[in-house]
Design a protein around this ligand. Structure first.
Ligand code: NAD
Length: 477
């Protein structure tokens, strides 16, 4: 049991203003594994004040990028050394299978941090441009105090995607982890303190959506970075619009995997274990609409049902587990609700269904629906669990049309024996990323969504821009 009774504010472990607490419950055992304070508006005020002070008067924004990189390098080294403990903790909190967790809940966050540290050395922070009347210095300045709000499904990755570029830019940060997964943020806070990042540069206040909404609207905040649901994203965008506050939004998805006529079926279906079912299907970029050519529909349906029906579902800490429990009972019920909706809509369960694989823990059987049409809710709405919808298409044109017929535009993939042709098809998909014969998010390439999947990009140099203001200083020749 990890009991935290303080908040990380101003570089200190401070006493919270309220008495409310958040219980963190294991999705596998349904037992309480940790407890943290439930942040109040007064706690947010204190956190924003600390971040404001560190930004307005502290050393951090005044250091050179190289100096900041050196300090962040200490954090990166600690992270690299102890990443197994981070992976174990996130798995315990939210049920990510440990094999996936080591990679996505710890290694990639650390690599993302290191990527921005390295970028500091090559990024153009300042340049001279010739102007009409004389030279102009164009410089990049940190945007200020950043509010970072993120979800429970990949808590470290979605936090570090904001924290690393914000810190290298010279910003200070107030983070609000999800109530389901605050413990990993506490572990990171310990490492931040140990690395010697100046006081007030990072502040962490766990809490629910009201606490998040309070932070978004706080007058001391200069920029909001959000990952979460499209519904919450709309509210946050509206609040930021009212205040003309810059905001980046990474929201939901309903991505398509297009199997082309010439695809090798065995490797394609194997590839879906990651592309479509990563993190128990609790992944914004999961490719949950599988598009098969009508001529190969039956063979795809059989192979997909066999693969999904054969997945090992169980204790996420077990290295042989492929699908763990969902984050919360609420999520289990939501996903089961969608399985009922799919049945009511006339789609056919060809693997899985409503029988729970385990009595204890928030497990749902990995499920495939066959005979899905793109107007069904199970093809249009984000389910956020291990539920796949199999659709058929007539020809490539039709496949591209179906893939693009979505309110979302986050990820996708094309599966083919002809990689060059796959790239051509990927170019036609209106999403922020689209893989060929694989899907991955790379620290050095932009990630984000078209349409209802969000605004702006994270990762890569593109993910640094939202944390910078650009300033021109013209002067006489
Ligand atoms: P959520 O939107 O309910 O919550 C996300 C975070 O925002 C939490 O910290 C929550 O407390 C906070 N929050 C909720 N409403 C808020 C508001 N009005 N103002 C301020 N803060 C608010 O989402 P969730 O259920 O925790 O996470 C799942 C969602 O996240 C899915 O829709 C998924 O697609 C999305 N997601 C997107 C990406 C991406 O990069 N595009 C990555 C991971 C998850």
């Amino acid at each position: 049991m990890r009991e935290h009774d303080r908040l990380f504010i101003g570089g200190e472990w401070t006493t919270p203003s309220g008495t409310g607490t958040i219980d963190v419950i294991s999705p596998h055992t349904e037992e309480i594994i940790g407890r943290v304070p439930d942040g109040t508006p007064a706690d947010m005020d204190a956190a924003v004040a600390a971040a404001r002070e560190a930004f307005d008067r502290g050393p951090w924004p005044r250091m050179t990028p190289a100096e900041r990189a050196e300090i962040l390098g200490r954090l990166s080294a600690i992270y690299a050394e102890r990443q197994q403990s981070m992976a174990d903790l996130v798995t315990e909190e939210m049920g990510s299978p440990i094999g996936f967790s080591i990679f996505a809940q710890a290694a990639i966050p650390q690599m993302t941090l290191q990527y921005y540290i390295d970028l500091a050395g090559t990024f153009t922070w300042e340049e001279e441009r010739p102007g009409m009347l004389g030279p102009v210095t164009v410089t990049r300045e940190p945007v200020g105090v950043v509010a970072a709000i993120y979800p429970w499904n990949v808590p470290q990755f979605t936090f570090i995607m904001k924290l690393a570029p914000a810190l290298i830019a010279g910003c200070t940060v107030v983070a609000k982890p999800s109530p389901e997964t605050p413990l990993d943020a506490y572990l990171l806070a310990e490492w931040i303190k140990e690395a010697g990042i100046p006081d007030g540069v990072v502040n962490i206040v766990p809490g629910g959506r009201e606490t998040g909404a309070y932070l978004v609207e706080h007058p001391g905040v200069d920029k909001v970075a959000f990952t979460g649901s499209t519904d919450a994203g709309r509210k946050i965008a509206a609040a930021c619009g009212q205040r003309l506050r810059p905001v980046t939004l990474e929201l939901g998805g309903k991505s398509a995997a297009i199997i082309l006529e010439d695809a090798d079926l065995a490797s394609t279906i194997e590839g879906f274990k990651l592309a479509s079912l990563m993190n128990n299907g609790e992944a914004c970029a999961a490719q949950t609409r599988i598009l098969a050519p009508r001529s190969r529909y039956d063979e795809v349906a059989d192979a997909l049902a066999t693969m999904v029906g054969g997945l090992s579902v169980g204790d996420p800490a077990d290295y042989t587990t492929e699908i763990g429990p969902l984050v919360a009972r609420r999520q289990q019920e939501r996903v089961e609700g969608y399985i009922r909706i799919g049945q009511d809509e006339g789609a056919k369960v060809i693997a899985g269904g409503l029988d729970r694989p385990h009595d204890r823990g928030w497990y749902v059987a990995p499920t495939v629906f066959g005979g899905v049409t793109n107007d069904m809710r199970i093809a249009r709405e984000e389910i956020f669990g291990p539920v796949l919808a199999l659709l058929s298409y007539d020809d490539e044109e039709d496949a591209v049309r179906i893939a693009n017929d979505s309110d979302y535009g986050l990820g996708g993939s094309v599966w083919t024996a002809d990689v060059d042709h796959g790239v051509e098809v990927a170019r036609r998909i209106r999403t922020g990323s689209c893989g060929v014969n694989m899907y991955i998010m790379e620290p050095n390439t932009p990630f984000g969504g078209y349409k209802d999947s969000g605004l702006g990009r994270e990762l890569g140099p593109e993910g640094l821009s939202p944390y910078l203001e650009y300033k021109a200083i013209p002067r006489p020749a």
